[in-house]
Design a protein around this ligand. Structure first.
Ligand code: ATP
Ligand code: MG
Ligand code: MG
Ligand code: MG
Length: 481
């Protein structure tokens, strides 16, 4: 029987606990640091300790941290390895052990505890980090051609524009060793998957970009639980692991499709639902409610994406015959049923989570339906005027954008329905409107300052004003919050 996700988590914690690490609970998805939007990595709760602002309570710790990365939202379902919600297993040293122990333990964990064959593992190091090279090569015994030196983008981890940072070293799994050793690019994700990142956190990046050595050298690591589960359970992607697949199955049931025999687009849609439903359940559980600002806007966008995606899959109403009911609570029940070892508080909050989802979904469906009506009118107009002028019927880009922006109407649905009626959509015009909107909204959304991790990307995602129009006809929500 393949190893369960739960047992991988438990064994990771146990491995480091028996090497002197204190097992600490996951922090909330809403960080204590008010300047940070969401918890994107295990290190976040320890940031003040790394910076020396707060004394360490223990020399080293191990956690399984629930994380949200909205910068990966577009990757969900498209790559085999990215989620918006995932668990990051991490071991941390607060001025205790450093590079040598971190590397040796990571190798022991990977090859002995989890039993991955050494010849399937590749290492990346920061280009200037000869010390890491020596440890991997001379002490651990990884052959030279399986250690890749990489630049700052890949192998110098910064927790944000400023803050603790340092060179890092990552372990990759090779799914296609038969391809050999020459011309290898670790970025080729059909062949490789990064799963463990070891950050040698020894600097503080200042406002001016300069690096100030920290008083003590720290270790910050992250191993993606779903990624390790994918490897050990020998499934083609993270979504088919026992951590997520039951949620996908529930969604398939409601959509009346079979995952295994579904086409690729439907599979991707099911993965999106499987992913986003986890994100929204844990976010709501941690106290984030749908709104038009900051974290609330993240939840709102994710719920709406689930609802739209569900409709693309043909889920009507609650999917079991009640046209005026919501389906997201039914899938959320599955997420909650799987939550025990991820966050034991979720079960007790189930009522509120389901209620919040139901309300948000039903409200959004109303908006969508109003949009559908409007689309029918627009198409009728387009057909009529084309007939008069003897032209090809065309839906203006600004109309498609209005549907998208104000009614949360995915442009793919607009084009699909239009096509059925023999109307083409002016996508160039749509893109222009979209760009304008993006630029305008940038300022309005700079309310949440982000310092941590891929901040720029998160900001971009947040300020993507899908749906903003309808709910903030007055823009009041933004100003008030
Ligand atoms: P990738 O290059 O695959 O996007 P990353 O370099 O951005 O990953 P890190 O910031 O190094 O990831 O995070 C540490 C570990 O957390 C990764 O090695 C991976 O196992 C896991 N991880 C990161 N992002 C995700 C995600 N979106 N979904 C699932 N696991 C993730
Ligand atoms: Mg990434
Ligand atoms: Mg990476
Ligand atoms: Mg990485």
């Amino acid at each position: 029987l393949p190893v369960s996700g739960d047992s991988i988590r438990r064994r990771f914690l146990q491995f480091y606990a028996s090497r002197g690490h204190k097992v600490l609970p996951s922090a909330s998805l809403v960080p204590e640091d008010p300047t940070v939007l969401l918890t994107i990595a295990g290190m976040l709760q320890f940031k003040p300790v790394f910076l020396g602002k707060v004394p360490r309570l223990v020399p080293c710790a191990v956690t399984s941290q629930r994380c949200i990365r909205t910068n990966d939202v577009e990757n969900v379902g498209r790559t085999a390895r990215h989620h918006t919600f995932f668990e990051m297993l991490g071991n941390f040293s607060f001025g205790d052990y450093f590079k040598k122990e971190a590397i040796k333990w990571a190798w022991e964990l990977t090859t002995i505890e989890f039993g991955l064959p050494a010849n399937r593992l590749w290492i990346s190091i920061y280009e200037e980090d000869d010390e890491a090279f020596a440890i991997w090569h001379d002490e651990v015994g990884v052959p030279v051609d399986r250690i890749k030196r990489m630049g700052e983008d890949d192998n110098f981890w910064t927790s944000g524009i400023t803050g603790p940072c340092g060179p890092c070293s990552e372990i990759y799994y090779d799914f296609q060793p038969e391809k050999g050793y020459s011309d290898v690019d670790l970025g080729d994700d059909t062949r490789f998957m990064e799963f463990y990142n070891l950050v040698f956190m020894q600097y503080n990046k200042r406002d001016d970009g300069s690096l100030e050595p920290l008083k003590q050298k720290n270790i910050d690591t992250g191993l993606g639980l779903e990624r390790m589960a994918r490897i050990l359970q020998k499934v083609p992607n993270n979504y088919e692991t026992d951590l997520i697949y039951p949620i996908i199955q529930k969604a398939s049931e409601l959509a009346n499709v079979t995952y295994d025999t579904a086409d690729n687009q439907s599979k991707t849609n099911l993965k999106i639902i499987g992913d986003h439903m986890r994100a929204v359940v844990y976010l709501i559980s941690d106290g984030v409610v749908p709104s038009n600002i900051g974290r609330g806007y993240v939840v709102r966008r994710l719920i709406r994406r689930v609802v739209r995606t569900g409709r693309l899959l043909g889920i009507k109403g609650d999917g079991i015959g009640n046209i005026d009911r919501a389906f997201t609570p039914l899938i959320a029940e599955k997420v909650i049923a799987l939550s025990n070892h991820i966050d034991e508080d979720v079960k007790g909050r189930a009522g509120r989570i389901l209620e919040e989802l139901k309300r948000e979904e039903l409200r959004f469906v109303q908006t969508l339906e109003r949009g559908e009506k409007l689309l029918e009118e627009m198409l009728a107009d387009a057909l009529a005027s084309a007939k008069e002028g003897g032209r090809i019927p065309c839906l203006a880009g600004k109309d498609a954008f209005l549907l998208y922006d104000t009614y949360g109407f995915p442009v793919e649905i607009t084009t699909e329905v239009a096509q059925e009626r023999g109307v083409v959509v002016d996508m160039e015009g749509f893109d222009i409107e979209m760009d304008n909107q993006r630029r305008q909204s940038q300022a309005a959304h700079n309310v949440v300052k982000l310092e941590v991790g891929e901040g720029a990307d998160i900001m971009e995602t947040i300020s993507d004003t899908e749906f903003l129009g309808y709910d903030t006809l007055s823009a009041k929500a933004i100003v008030e919050s």
